[in-house]
Design a protein around this ligand. Sequence first.
Ligand code: ADP
Length: 270
Amino acid sequence: MSTETSNAQPSAPQSGGTPVIRFEDVEKKFGETTVLSDLNFDVAPGERVTLIGPSGSGKTTILRLVMTLEHLTGGYIWINGQPLTHDRRNNQRVELRPKEVAKTRKKIGMVFQHFNLFPNMTVLENITEAPIHVLGRDKKQANDRAHELLDQVGLGDRSGARPSQLSGGQKQRVAIARALAMDPEILLLDEVTSALDPELVGEVLGVLRNVAEDTDISMLIVTHEMQFARDVSHKVMMFDGGQILEQGKPDDLLSNPQHKRTQRFLESIL
Ligand code: ADP
């Protein structure tokens, strides 16, 4: 497992064609409070996009909308050209049937700040639960894949452990393996190292660097780890007040931000 950083920027995936995620005029209100408005951007297949910005600027809400943990109050999110929660037949907003949403949802994996492992299951069971019960894989096939993924995240010897027996970094590596076990096309990473002791951050970012290098999974990443953002992202977007303030290649935006607000934000997290 490599935790080394590199100066090489990832080269951008081919653009053109159907975006894997399209945000179209997305709006999200909680009650009377507007958290996101007029949000428009695309994620290309294989593209890794990092969202940065001050606390409360709406970054986590964006990931939760894609994961259908929150519902839109306006606009559309399209996954591979399919509407996530609404269709626009006859220009009407039509709620999709749960089955249609579930089919799209299977393509999306998420890793949370607080791991969210099932405490009463072993590491292996945590990873095989959804492949068996959601994808209908047989147990042997799911177990084989889980062991392979545990080896990849450096936890080949912990398959029988319970989450309570693991360090935070180990729990997060299990959560990454669990998300990958669903063979996602899209991986959402929500401040996955924020709850970790500083000495455990490197092992988790090392695993994610390998995932970025070895797969073509599209990623939406929320992180305060700017070196990681620089190393793995094709694009960084700075959010403020629920809107995109500026966006660009990581080296351009992080080394040479155009907005004072971005400069101040980057200085504040150094
Ligand atoms: P960030 O990830 O950039 O810190 P969030 O997306 O978590 O921002 O939050 C954006 C805003 O939405 C914040 O003001 C937050 O208080 C509000 N918010 C998030 N979730 C809820 C909720 N379930 N109910 C009410 N307000 C919420």
